[in-house]
Ligand binder design. Structure first.
Ligand code: PLP
Length: 356
């Protein structure tokens, strides 16, 4: 049976990216040896690194003065690497979910970290508005898509200080005005590649301003100088990321991707609103994520929660169970999820409604 992959991460990737990774594991770039056993300093792998960086710059229209890095350690390592490199006195954090909270917690180790606003009072089901970013902060940190709670900041906000964003789960889902950010980072395993590689887009003029000594491996300048080859980079995930970026480029880039993503999200949110059994967990449509669509059973049908999960899994839907802090269901509709999978879920919801 065809599976419909709604996992939140690691998650669905383009078929072509997976197939070409399998081929490269067998015989990488006609070298006659596996991608898994070739030197990262070979000219064949250097070409992968160069093209992956170039496609990042092309697809996100990254201006001069920025560098694209591929590092290990996951987005969680960036939670402390950012303040280590940027926080001298004070930083502001927008606390819109669990990951944002974890980033905020790490920053407090290095200096004064301020919670500028939070949506914790309503279990993170909205994006705070009308907050004031302290103009004396070294930077302001946001999480653009809250993977667990299904809220998203869909526009590039204006900040009087350096803007830093965790874009783990919405990178490449829409055009981004990179010039508004000093640093963007994310784990690759939501929208780009298997786990193991973390991307960082950093503007060089924000670095070198803190007084603390920075260990070599967590100094961004080390990786800029060495082209992400100071130590052995995560070779396989970088290769798959390149294949995903080629797929996206062939599809027409991030504007086209955004159009498709909006179609998928609209289809599903409309059904959640229409169907008597279900309701969305994020009340305000403008705050709803187009990547992670969270919904629950309507109060009167709460006892059907597990029955629906079972019904859906019998039809090939995987990864629909909501995160434990929200409950219900979460359909992750990342770039590589085909529209047919969303249509299949919508029919499944309609059929389930007809039975109850
Ligand atoms: C998954 C996720 C993380 C954690 O990423 P790791 O690579 O596992 O450290 C951080 N932030 C967001 C928004 C995420 O979705």
């Amino acid at each position: 049976m065809k599976k419909h992959n709604f996992f939140a991460g690691p998650s669905v990737l383009p078929d072509v990216a997976i197939q070409n990774s399998i081929k490269a594991i067998d015989n990488f770039s006609d070298t006659g040896i596996s991608l898994l056993s070739i030197s990262h300093r070979s000219k064949e792998f250097q070409a992968v690194m160069d093209e992956a960086q170039a496609l990042f710059k092309k697809l996100l229209d990254i201006p001069e003065g920025y560098h694209v890095l591929f590092l290990g350690g996951g987005a969680s390592t960036q939670f402390y690497m950012v303040p280590f490199n940027l926080l001298e006195k004070k930083a502001g954090y927008l606390v819109t979910g669990e990951w944002a909270g974890k980033a905020f917690k790490e920053a407090k180790i290095f200096g004064e970290a301020i919670e500028v606003a939070s949506s914790k009072d309503r279990n993170f089901n909205y994006i705070p508005q009308g907050y004031v970013i302290p103009s004396d902060a070294d930077y302001f940190h946001i999480t653009t898509n809250n993977t667990i709670y299904g809220t998203e900041i869909k526009e590039d906000i204006d900040s009087p200080v350096t803007l830093v964003a965790d874009m783990s789960s919405d990178i490449f889902s829409r055009p981004v005005d990179v010039s508004k950010y000093g640093l963007i980072y994310g784990g690759a395993q939501k929208n780009l590649a298997p786990s193991g590689v973390t991307f960082v887009i950093v503007r060089e003029d924000i670095l070198g301003k803190v007084s603390r000594p920075i260990p070599t491996m967590i100094n961004y300048n080390t990786h800029i100088t060495k082209g992400s080859m100071f130590n052995t980079p995560p070779v396989l995930p970088i290769f798959t990321a390149l294949e995903t970026l080629r797929w996206l480029d062939n599809l027409g880039g991030v504007s086209q991707m955004q159009k498709i993503n909006n179609e998928k999200a609209t289809l599903l949110y409309d059904e959640i609103e229409r169907n008597k059994l279900f309701m969305p967990t994020v009340p305000d449509a403008k705050d709803r994520s187009i990547m992670n669509i969270c919904f629950v059973m309507n109060e009167n049908y709460a006892e059907l929660n597990d029955t629906f999960l079972k019904f859906a899994s019998e039809r090939g839907m995987v990864g629909l169970k909501g995160h434990r802090s929200v409950g219900g269901f979460r359909a992750s509709t990342y770039n590589a999820l085909p529209k047919e999978s969303v249509e299949a879920l919508v029919s499944c919801m309609k059929d389930f409604e007809a039975m109850h």
